[in-house]
Design a protein around this ligand. Structure first.
Ligand code: PEP
Ligand code: MN
Length: 336
């Protein structure tokens, strides 16, 4: 249930609505944005009756929310959410380009790539310090030393940094260094991690689970929002199918579907979807054409020596070309 207050509703009238919601054993959550206050009713056990709220002073409308996700739903908040990080805004109509290596490997590596990302017109730097690797024998990331390198990248190039949190034990540390905290595909339904993300003071980039439906993904985002963090960015990164020619199958239809269902911004990561460099540029261009709010691209100065995901990492000159192409596609979409 969403209770929409009249524009001239007084704080006392809003408080009274909250009190009635709580008296029904539910929680009330005000929804930011717009020119009036709306109150979402959460944790109801059964159906709620509109009449309980419609007669209260200051109430304009009580609307049943038909989807299982409430705070994430466009029914609850019709206008798109914009998330500001440093000088960059995600969801304001300009496509945001996040780029960098799969993993931070050394200061020289990160700084070299960041210089290229900045020069090419990238908006944010990505790089893992804690890496979720299939094999325990593979490079696991530099940990806090990697986060310190990311902080240096931010300072040197004025690029906000995005990095993955893998578990609860490193959450506080990642939160202290990151501008955006990434939750990876393997953790999309790690509910204790999602609850902690709900308490975080930084935006969360929530990747789609590799076998998750859109409903499951939006419910995972609901955990974060229900926990109190309204800043969630969704990221489609390909789902597992029967094909062998690519690592995953990029589900670009997720972009319009998520934009219809949710007010949260949605990005696309064609690098992890493709797994192979030659597919990344076409898929990235298609993501821009699909009107994604942003893209995330893996770039490496020496992909053949990369400690992880070298095969899907673009060369710096390819990334530069891609940025130009993306901005051109964006221009076409803005034409009326
Ligand atoms: C990553 O972005 O580095 C990553 C591991 O992505 P995903 O969780 O989508 O595999
Ligand atoms: Mn990677």
């Amino acid at each position: 249930m969403l209770i929409v207050m009249r524009q001239d509703a007084s704080p006392e009238q809003i408080e009274e609505v909250v009190r009635v919601v709580e008296s029904k054993g539910c929680q009330a959550r005000s929804i930011p944005g717009g020119d009036r206050v709306s109150i979402a009713v959460l944790y109801n056990k059964g159906a709620l009756e509109e009449a309980w709220f419609m007669d209260l002073p200051g109430v304009k409308q009580a609307i049943a929310v038909t989807r299982p996700y409430k705070l994430v739903s466009r029914e609850t908040k019709p206008e798109g959410t914009q998330i500001r990080v440093g000088n960059v805004t995600i969801g304001n109509g300009r496509l945001v380009i996040m780029a960098g290596p799969c993993a931070v490997e050394s200061e020289t590596q990160a700084m070299t790539i960041a210089e290229n990302v900045k020069k090419s017109g990238g908006d944010m730097f990505r790089g893992g310090a804690f890496k979720p690797r299939t094999s325990p024998y593979s490079f696991q990331g530099l940990g806090e030393a990697g986060l310190k390198i990311l902080a240096k990248v931010r300072e040197s190039f004025d690029l906000p940094v995005v990095t993955e949190v893998m578990d609860l034990s490193c959450f506080d540390m990642v939160e202290a260094y990151a501008d955006i905290i990434q939750i990876g595909t393997r953790n999309m339904q790690n509910f204790s991690l999602l609850r902690r993300a709900g308490e975080a003071k930084k935006p969360i980039l929530l990747k789609r689970g590799m076998s998750a439906t859109i409903d499951e993904w939006l419910m995972a985002a609901e955990y974060i929002m229900a926990g109190g963090n309204p800043e969630v960015i969704l990221c489609e990164r390909g789902v597992r199918t029967f094909v062998r020619h690519s690592r995953n199958t990029l589900d670009l239809s997720a972009v319009p579907v998520v934009q219809r269902e949710s007010h949260l911004p949605i990005m696309v990561d064609p690098s992890h979807a493709a797994g192979f460099r030659d597919q990344v540029m076409p898929l990235a261009r298609a993501s821009a054409a699909a009107n994604a709010h942003g893209i995330m691209i893996e770039v490496h100065n020496e992909p053949e020596k990369a400690q992880s995901d070298g095969a899907q990492s673009l060369y710096p000159n390819q990334f530069e070309t891609l940025c130009r192409q993306i901005r051109a596609i964006e221009g076409i979409l803005k034409e009326k």
